[in-house]
Design a protein around this ligand. Structure first.
Ligand SMILES: *Cc1c(COP(=O)(O)O)cnc(C)c1O
Length: 425
């Protein structure tokens, strides 16, 4: 027994009683065979198909990305050696930042150890530097953006999800001369919907606001060069700050912001979460650069993903499963109850060798629990058919609902960054 263990146990018990205690599957990717993986249970292992990876394009196993990481490790070693200020700045990071600035058509880019950190550093520093700044935030923004806003201490106004009229209303209440930030995402990761970017940019022009977009679930996958939804819609130059991750479609690790040289230099100079933490390891930076370069030119991964997505969506609709409306590669299937959601996930794994993690509160609002499926270009036609059959069997056996009632509670209310209940993603 450790000190205060009764408190820790009580906190865990609360999660069990609500059916949302999280269990991580012990998986080992089968290298080039991904999405096939080994699932380890005690002393045994069996083969499962992963259907919920955020390595959306399978770039984590791409030969040129793997090779870049191995070459860099052999040539220059693994660790960064310090913060960027203390001997942690090295050529692979400089190259990576150049690649990212180019990807988004911006003057500069700054790399962080994760996308989460890049949002904390970006949002909090920009809003602290701007005098008397006020932030306008979509109610479904990611926990890392909310963390950045809390960190900044700047006042914020929350607009209804993707609601242009509501945002306009809120903007019009604040004096024109006062600096403003509109913070939103392009693709929302749990619903798979896309924000009205150009409308938000119009409002930003009208009301003197800076636009800050999180393209984490779009970079690598949308736009002719993988520059995200803003690139796809020809809006790169209308967005002031584009934030992204290297850990999802690019298959590695790290996060970044891109923007004007002055803005990026200010964040570099003032953000504690940039200054006081060790830089990204050199092999990781080299692998990320290889991945971005590949996806700027190659379109087969994006096309393969879109084909797999279209096939699966069609089959699920035909089977009468409660697909939540999504116009992207993210396919959420509505369950609406934490215990049932966990049961469905368990059954898919036990009986069908299919791994889809249950998505429960606080990642999504209570009552909107779901399975979230993310097809990659490496899921075969056969795997897609098997998945559909397995889902139908699971829905029938557990008598799960076939109509997706969507009731949305603002993320700002239910993502608690206070110690209890724990926040997760
Ligand atoms: C995953 C995620 C992040 C954080 O990115 P990491 O690189 O995983 O830290 C930021 N924003 C959104 C919307 C995300 O889903």
């Amino acid at each position: 027994m450790g000190k205060f263990d009764n408190h820790f146990q009580k906190a865990i018990e609360a999660l069990h009683s609500e059916g949302r205690y999280r269990v991580f599957a012990n998986l080992e990717r089968r290298g080039a065979a991904f999405p096939l993986s080994w699932l380890y249970e005690g002393n045994t292992r069996r083969e499962v198909v992963i259907w919920c990876s955020n390595d959306y394009l399978g770039m984590g196993k791409h030969p040129s990305v793997v090779q870049a990481m191995m070459d860099a490790a052999e040539r220059i070693g693994v660790g960064a050696g310090g913060t960027r200020n203390i001997s942690g700045t090295h050529l692979p990071i400089i190259e990576l930042e150049g690649e990212l600035a180019d990807l988004h058509g911006k003057e500069s880019a700054l790399v962080f150890t994760s996308g989460y950190v890049s949002n904390i550093a970006g949002i909090s520093t920009i809003s602290k530097v701007l005098p008397d700044c006020i932030i306008f935030s979509d109610e479904l923004n990611h926990a890392s953006m909310i963390d950045g806003m809390r960190n900044s201490g700047a006042p914020k106004k929350i607009f209804r999800h993707n609601d242009v009229a509501h945002l306009k209303n809120l903007l019009s209440e604040v004096p024109l001369g006062r600096p403003k930030i509109i913070a939103f995402e392009s693709v929302y990761s749990m619903d798979g919907d896309i924000s009205p970017i150009s409308d938000f940019c119009d409002l930003a022009d009208e009301y003197n606001a800076l636009t800050y977009i999180d393209e984490v679930h779009a970079v690598g996958m949308y736009g002719p060069r993988g520059g995200g939804i803003a690139e796809q819609e020809g809006l790169l130059d209308r967005i002031d700050v584009i934030e992204g991750t290297l850990a999802k479609a690019f298959g590695t690790l790290g996060g970044y912001i891109t923007g004007s040289a002055a803005l990026i230099d200010a964040v570099r100079s003032y953000a504690p979460s940039f200054i006081f933490t060790t830089a990204l390891p050199r092999p990781v930076a080299a692998a990320a650069t290889a991945s971005i370069r590949h996806l700027k030119i190659s379109t087969s991964e994006r096309e393969g993903q879109q084909q797999a997505v279209a096939k699966l969506k069609k089959l699920l609709v035909m089977a009468g499963l409660p697909l939540m409306s999504s116009n992207t590669h993210i396919i959420p299937i509505f369950v609406g109850d934490a215990v049932q959601c966990k049961k469905a996930s368990d059954r898919l794994l036990e009986k069908h060798n299919i791994y889809i993690q249950p998505i429960n509160y606080p990642t999504v609002p209570k009552g909107t629990e779901r399975l979230r499926i993310t097809p990659t270009p490496h899921h075969t036609e056969h795997m897609i058919l098997e998945l559909c059959d397995a889902l139908v069997e699971t829905w029938e056996t557990l008598s799960l609902p076939c109509d997706g009632v969507k009731h949305v509670v603002p993320m700002h209310q239910h993502v608690s960054l206070q110690p209890f209940p724990a926040s997760g993603g």
